[in-house]
Write a protein that binds this ligand. Structure first.
Ligand code: TYD
Ligand code: MG
Length: 458
């Protein structure tokens, strides 16, 4: 019998060591090394024996020699996912989808598999039984003759079925549940995840079959498993949202074939996920009376303009240290904006609790939201409402200056489309902006934060 080989793996970053060590030299974490069994006895390179669409052994080629097949992307019948992937699913790509439990990862991919009617899809689940998957498919109300469901966790067995079926798309739900016989450590351990992912990667590249992997995330919101997993795959998607809200957001954290600035928005309904193609309309409450502490921001998420509502509540602090809470917005950026208000505009917010919320459970990274945040905070502080027909799109600098943002014309036309009457932009954005294109919205250029308050609150 072959001697059992073991090694220690950092459960945080996947680094390997022959001995146990307390402090990981590669990621700096403490007490993360766990002993795992590695057995080198089994033929690891079974995928070097290619199946079906035979790949040749690679040889050096000039770029001119490499031919790109006409349709190197598979069209996805889900518009949001299609866009987030950068315009379709690239053949042979490995896509990792992470997200909290119960957020809808399995639902999204099963729905996709059912919508791809003319493609043979293999959905491998290590988490649910066939009956559960069937029940879910019935709930989604979709049917496909070409969808095959397999409940299996051994990668070797999965590959046996793949060889027979030769699917056009493979979905693995989830990478943490599959295991390979090559390594003897338990499923979900760092070395298992890494080995399974690399075998699946080899399969994807050799047969030009796109593969979706579903991944669990840790309690800190990071993808579980080694960091190398994220390096290995072509695309990392994050499915997020508040479980108590109906909206779900799909983001690309990494994409070798497209932009990471794209955002897909879904609504979780009783019968699956619905694509939200006009997010601004659902994210803004169409209210008649103006409320204090609410301001509308026009931002860009990827190539799509998005109007969102920023809500702030400023109240006297109960405890000595005032609280600052932000949902959907970077807390450090909020602190910075509050400091600007305090220092440049003389508002005393030091002894106030400030709560900030981006409506709809969305997280915004575009700095164009800054001005709306400042206006919402001040509106709540002064208890003066900002008209529901105003919107803001500008970044705020440390000295209180209003800075220009990119693609301002798209933001303005989105605001105009939704019937808003005034848009506050940076003075420096005026250059090259053709005001005549926006006949039904008033453009108010501002240079300093104080000017905005002058216009808003008189
Ligand atoms: P699921 O896809 O199982 O999540 P994950 O795979 O990310 O863990 O999501 C299940 C949740 O979605 C569950 O809480 C119920 C809800 N849901 C609906 O609201 N409508 C539906 O049609 C389906 C299938 C699920
Ligand atoms: Mg699931």
């Amino acid at each position: 019998m072959a001697k059992i080989k073991t090694a220690y793996f950092c459960q945080n970053c996947g680094a390997q060591s022959a001995k146990w060590i307390g402090n990981c030299p590669s990621c700096g974490e403490w007490n993360t090394y766990v002993e795992e069994v590695i057995n080198a006895g089994i033929d690891k390179n079974q995928w070097d024996k290619p199946i079906d669409k035979k790949p040749s052994i690679s040889k050096p080629q000039t770029l001119a020699e490499i031919s790109i097949t006409q349709d190197h992307r598979m069209a996805i019948p889900d518009k949001e996912l299609h866009r987030v992937l950068g315009g379709g699913l690239v053949y042979g790509s490995l896509v990792l989808m992470g997200g909290e439990p119960g957020i809808g990862k399995s639902t999204l991919l099963l729905q996709l598999a059912l919508k791809l009617k003319d493609k043979c899809v293999l959905y491998v689940s290590g988490e649910e039984s066939e009956q559960q998957i069937k029940m879910r498919a019935e709930r989604l109300g979709l049917k496909s003759e070409q969808l095959f469901v397999l409940t299996e966790t051994s990668l070797q067995n999965i590959f046996t079925h793949i060889q027979k079926l030769t699917p056009d798309l493979l979905i693995i739900d989830s990478i943490q549940t599959v295991h390979t016989d090559v390594i003897e450590s338990s499923p979900g351990s760092v070395s298992q995840i890494r080995e399974c992912a690399s075998e699946l990667l080899r399969y994807a590249k050799q047969t030009a079959t796109p593969v979706f992997l579903i991944g669990h995330i840790t309690k800190d919101g990071l993808l579980a498993g080694p960091k190398v997993l994220e390096h290995m795959v072509d695309t990392v998607l994050q499915f997020e949202g508040d479980r108590h809200h109906v909206y779900r957001i799909l983001r690309a954290m990494k994409n070798r074939f497209g932009s990471t600035a794209e955002l897909g928005i879904y609504e979780m309904q009783g019968a699956g996920l619905r694509e939200v193609s006009n997010p601004s309309e659902v994210l803004i409450t169409h209210r008649d009376e103006a409320l204090s502490g609410v301001a509308v921001a026009a931002t860009m998420e990827g190539i799509r303009p998005l109007l969102i509502e920023v809500q702030a509540l400023v109240s006297s602090a109960v405890y000595g240290t005032p609280q600052r809470t932000a949902t959907g917005f970077d807390l450090r950026r909020l602190s910075m904006l509050l400091a600007v208000l305090e220092k440049r505009c003389g508002f005393r917010l030091g002894a106030k609790d400030v709560f900030l919320n981006i409506a709809g459970g969305i997280r915004v990274e575009d700095p164009a939201i800054d001005l709306a945040v400042i206006c919402a905070v001040l509106s709540s502080n002064e208890d003066l409402p900002v008209s529901a027909k105003n919107c803001f799109t500008a970044e705020v600098g440390l000295s209180g200056e209003i800075r220009p943002v990119t693609r301002i014309d798209q933001c303005i036309s989105e605001a105009e489309k939704l019937g808003l009457e005034k848009v506050f932009i940076s003075k420096y954005n005026l250059k090259g902006l053709d005001k005549k294109r926006f006949p039904s919205i008033e453009i108010i250029p501002v240079a300093k934060v104080e000017e905005v308050f002058g216009v808003l609150f008189g």
